[in-house]
Design a protein around this ligand. Structure first.
Ligand code: ADP
Length: 405
């Protein structure tokens, strides 16, 4: 069955097509088609490729970002040259959507009905920024693929097992009563990573304590005990936790009070600062991309070096915190853009993790091509590099859920 996955981020819209058996295996299958829209200011970039190696790339200047029509045009390229992959939209069996925030009630992958759409919209009351793009994707898919089942998979869902002591913030208890709690994100990636790590180690996941490090543009860690998330670094929103490309992760909330009182910084300005002007970009002043930061640091740029050092420091202390939550650790898995590709980040991070029992082989780390183990034979903690497979994981959930329909 041909399954189309829509993955909406704040400044990107990705889409991927898979062909899966109704009973899919646990090994990812290759992409048939991939589309990506990226917005940077008024610049829109569209990148498409198909399994035959055909590519399409276009840049446009868009005054007011119109995600809806851009997404619709991108999806029509599924049946248009040069990346044509299907004859028409009727070949799509199911459309799966990554929905960032499920709120307190939406946890399991679910067939989208008007009630589910309303529930996704209702989460806006506690998380106004998160689900708008996801809902737009659902509406466009309804238009382009009428009558086809659609499935929502929630990035918060995997963390539904967080124990109360990890989920409840130590503010007034009413916060929790009003839905303000740690939800955690990147759950689709962390869950896949945990299961993949267990398969790579030839062990049952029920016997393992795993720290999954999702290091992409957004970064978060998950403490996975016997396959269940018991702690994670992102919180009520994807702003908390370790350092990221344009987000700083955790900062003293007193800084925000100070900026509001002393500089009269508005909510929108704070939002912009925390989401887009912090992290690797904010410190280095060079880029949010780790490749550029490492290059600039290598060329003697002091702020780029500081950005790298803070990133690694926050990652090390985050990993140690996850190990404490687990009460031990059997495996640490690095995944997503930085986790999969940056030998420098993995080397620098693991340099201080010997006390946990993690020791990496410098040669294996330098040459690592996921999925691969990079720890030495003596290392008590196995260290793995795993390719992120969020879209395929969503497609798999779609196949599972619609098999009996
Ligand atoms: P997203 O979170 O948008 O899915 P990715 O998982 O693709 O992002 O990760 C993007 C990040 O991966 C980029 O910001 C870049 O810093 C990093 N990255 C990609 N390739 C490399 C590389 N070879 N070395 C270091 N970092 C890399």
């Amino acid at each position: 069955m041909k399954i189309l996955v829509l993955n909406s981020g704040s400044s990107t819209q990705k889409s991927a097509l898979f062909d899966l058996d109704p009973t899919p295996s646990s090994e990812p299958t290759p992409l048939l088609w991939e589309g990506k829209l990226e917005w940077d200011g008024d610049k829109e970039t569209l990148t498409l490729k198909n399994a035959d190696g055909n590519k399409f790339n276009a840049e446009a200047v868009v005054q007011a970002k119109d995600r809806r029509s851009s997404l619709e045009k991108m999806l029509q390229k599924l049946w248009q040259p040069p990346t044509q992959t299907i004859r028409n939209g009727s070949e799509i069996a199911v459309v799966g959507h990554r929905i960032v925030h499920g709120g307190p009630h939406l946890c399991q992958p679910t067939i989208i009905t008007s009630e589910v759409k309303q529930a996704i919209a209702d989460v806006s009351a506690i998380a106004p920024l998160h689900n708008k793009a996801g809902l737009q994707g659902i509406e466009i898919a309804e238009k382009l693929f009428p009558g086809k089942p659609q499935v929502a998979v929630f990035d918060t869902g995997f963390h539904r097992t967080l124990p109360p002591h990890a989920a409840v913030y130590p503010g007034p208890y009413e916060w929790f009563e009003h839905g303000i709690r740690r939800y955690g994100f990147h759950g689709i990636s962390h869950e896949y990573c945990g299961h993949r790590a267990a398969r790579m180690l030839g062990r049952e996941i029920s016997s393992l304590k795993i720290i999954s490090c999702h290091l992409g543009n957004g970064c978060s860690l998950a403490a996975i005990d016997a396959g269940k998330s018991v702690d994670t670094t992102m919180g009520f929103t994807p702003l908390e936790g370790i350092m990221m490309g344009t987000r700083g992760g955790s900062v003293d909330p007193g800084i925000l009070l100070q900026l509001m009182r002393a500089d009269h910084t508005s909510v929108d300005q704070l939002d912009e600062t925390l989401n887009r002007r912090s992290g690797l970009l904010g410190i280095s002043g060079v880029s949010s991309d780790m490749r550029d930061v490492v290059k600039a640091a290598g060329n003697g740029n002091e702020r780029a070096k500081l950005a790298f050092d803070i990133f690694v420091h926050r990652l090390q202390t985050g990993i140690a915190a996850m190990a404490a939550s687990l009460g031990g650790v059997d495996a640490i898995a690095f995944t997503a853009g930085i986790g999969e590709n940056s030998a420098e980040v993995r080397r620098a991070t693991c340099a201080k993790l010997g006390f946990l029992g993690a020791q990496i082989d410098e040669g294996k780390n330098a040459l690592a091509k996921p999925d691969v183990e990079i720890s030495t034979s003596k290392s008590a903690v196995r260290v793995l590099v795993i390719r992120a497979q969020e879209d395929w994981s969503i497609a798999r959930e779609c196949a599972e859920l619609t098999r009996t329909m």
